[in-house]
Design a protein around this ligand. Structure first.
Ligand code: HEM
Ligand SMILES: *[C@@H]1O[C@H](CO)[C@@H](O)[C@H](O)[C@H]1NC(C)=O
Ligand SMILES: *[C@@H]1O[C@H](CO)[C@@H](O)[C@H](O)[C@H]1NC(C)=O
Ligand SMILES: *[C@@H]1O[C@H](CO)[C@@H](O)[C@H](O)[C@H]1NC(C)=O
Ligand SMILES: *[C@@H]1O[C@H](CO)[C@@H](O)[C@H](O)[C@H]1NC(C)=O
Ligand SMILES: *[C@@H]1O[C@H](CO)[C@@H](O)[C@H](O)[C@H]1NC(C)=O
Ligand SMILES: *[C@@H]1O[C@H](CO)[C@@H](O)[C@H](O)[C@H]1NC(C)=O
Ligand SMILES: *[C@@H]1O[C@H](CO)[C@@H](O)[C@H](O)[C@H]1NC(C)=O
Ligand SMILES: *[C@@H]1O[C@H](CO)[C@@H](O)[C@H](O)[C@H]1NC(C)=O
Ligand SMILES: *[C@@H]1O[C@H](CO)[C@@H](O)[C@H](O)[C@H]1NC(C)=O
Length: 355
């Protein structure tokens, strides 16, 4: 099974290269960035993610979400991975992340293997982008050539994580505004929301729809009544909200287009999902219809939108750094170190000029 999927990776991506990919919107990143410095990179990411999935089938969804939560907060710069320290206020404790972010340990497993194979060259931000792509593919979703060359941030911003990450009770207008702030349009919104074709959610994030929606004393009228009964069993009215349920009730672990037919039968889990189809006269309805009918249309849009999302606010060139450990910025030179380096350089210059 493993080798079959590995062979398939190669075939899938070759076909896609021949088909051409519009990644030119950001000329700074390049799918072949590590061709010389870390040719095994994609294989390592693939191997570690596949291994992790054997004991945790949800990991594919968690890694796709992790890349999204990185990119929407000061760009795809691995700021989401930074732990609390004296100078870092971790984004992992922002409301949309706290107790729901997963896959951090798997990213560290990847980084450890990558550092052994090719030390000091591969950024954690690129690992997140690759892990998302590999996860999509291993869950039977699309694959694409991931533009690479991101660098890692020296900062994190919890306030910004609370501000920028969309909430599950957002209306369509709020969702559009949140995505447009990141340079993503309505098609991107509908395509990327399709990632809710797999993974799980806590009851607390949609229980507001089940019993007293918008202070009406009734459930959300757009919610399918059969689905409502199922959800009510898992998420009792005055429960703790900590139970988990599948985002896609029909094919919970598979990356497919079922998300969109779910929306058409009132089975979007979050208000933010159902709004895409149930907002009267919305321009998203026709896109949902198209994706629910045509898997290729969805997969092609998803690839384009993931690449677009992966370009948000990237650091390149000499910006940021390549972290040695994804949870911490590298040790900065102390003033003493800088003095020593500077005086060494002066000595060398002195030698050069005396020749
Ligand atoms: C459109 C606005 C979005 C909202 C409001 C939203 C909200 C949420 C919420 C509340 C959860 C459940 C978290 C939990 O209970 O642990 C979730 C899970 C998830 N989201 Fe989103 N999301 C959005 C867009 C996206 C995008 C753009 C992606 C990726 C491209 C994505 C991928 C996922 C995945 C894969 C999961 C399941 C994660 C897991 O099982 O670990 N979401 N989302
Ligand atoms: C494989 O997964 C197991 C369980 O998560 C983990 O302990 C182990 O380190 C992983 N091995 C590799 C090579 O990734
Ligand atoms: C980072 O913080 C998380 C949560 O607080 C913790 O589980 C993890 O062990 C930390 N990572 C490192 C490398 O210290
Ligand atoms: C994050 O969750 C933990 C555990 O539930 C909690 O103790 C902590 O206060 C939360 N952090 C923030 C910033 O809300
Ligand atoms: C974090 O983001 C907030 C909100 O955009 C901004 O006001 C603040 O300056 C940022 N903080 C840091 C340390 O960059
Ligand atoms: C969104 O942007 C893509 C290009 O990235 C474009 O093909 C598409 O037509 C745009 N959609 C809308 C609704 O503007
Ligand atoms: C919630 O109720 C307010 C008025 O009480 C209404 O304007 C708004 O559209 C409702 N929101 C939804 C999502 O139904
Ligand atoms: C969790 O779900 C089960 C049904 O699967 C239900 O009996 C239980 O009350 C729920 N617990 C909470 C805390 O919501
Ligand atoms: C839940 O709590 C509300 C308000 O505290 C109460 O009116 C309601 O009867 C409770 N529902 C259940 C099923 O316990
Ligand atoms: C609700 O879901 C059931 C199956 O779970 C389906 O038969 C029915 O058509 C759905 N209702 C609507 C309004 O789509």
């Amino acid at each position: 099974m493993v080798s079959l999927r590995l062979v398939a990776t190669t075939i899938c991506c070759v076909v896609f290269v021949l088909g051409g990919i519009p990644f030119s919107s950001n000329a700074q990143l390049d799918p072949f960035f590590y061709r010389k410095t870390c040719p095994q990179l994609h294989y390592i990411v693939h191997k570690v993610v596949w291994n992790a999935s054997l004991s945790d089938p949800r990991i594919f969804a968690s890694l796709v979400r992790l890349h999204f939560h990185d990119c929407f907060v000061q760009g795809c710069d691995a700021s989401v991975l930074l732990n609390n320290t004296a100078t870092i206020v971790s984004e992992q404790e922002a409301l949309p992340n706290n107790n729901s972010l997963r896959g951090l340990d798997v990213v560290n497993q990847i980084k450890t293997m990558v550092e052994t194979a090719c030390p000091n060259v591969v950024s954690c931000a690129d690992i997140l982008a690759l892990a998302a792509e590999v996860s999509s593919f291993l869950a039977h979703g699309p694959c694409w050539k991931v533009p690479l060359g991101r660098r890692d941030s020296l900062t994190a911003n919890r306030t910004l994580a609370n501000q920028n990450l969309p909430a599950p009770f957002f209306t369509l207008d709020q969702l559009k505004a949140s995505f447009s702030f990141q340079g993503l349009n309505t098609t991107d919104l509908v395509a990327l929301s399709g990632a809710h074709t797999f993974g799980r959610s806590h009851c607390s994030l949609f229980v507001n729809r089940l019993y007293n929606f918008n202070n009406t004393g009734k459930p959300d009228p757009t919610l399918n009544t059969t689905y409502l009964k199922e959800l009510s069993k898992i998420c009792p009215q005055n429960g703790t909200g900590t139970n988990l349920t599948n985002l896609d009730p029909i094919t919970p672990n598979k990356f497919d287009k079922k998300y969109y037919s779910n929306l058409k039968s009132g089975k979007g889990l979050f208000q933010s999902d159902q709004e895409l189809f149930s907002t009267p006269d919305a321009d998203t309805i026709s896109i949902v219809n198209k994706f629910s009918r045509n898997k290729n249309a969805f997969f092609d849009s998803f690839k384009v939108s993931m690449i677009k999302m992966g370009n948000i606010g990237v650091l390149t060139g000499n910006e940021g750094e390549i972290r040695k450990q994804c949870n911490f910025i590298n040790q900065r030179s102390t003033e003493l170190d800088i003095d020593i380096v500077a005086s060494n350089e002066l000595h060398e210059e002195g030698i050069v000029s005396s020749i």
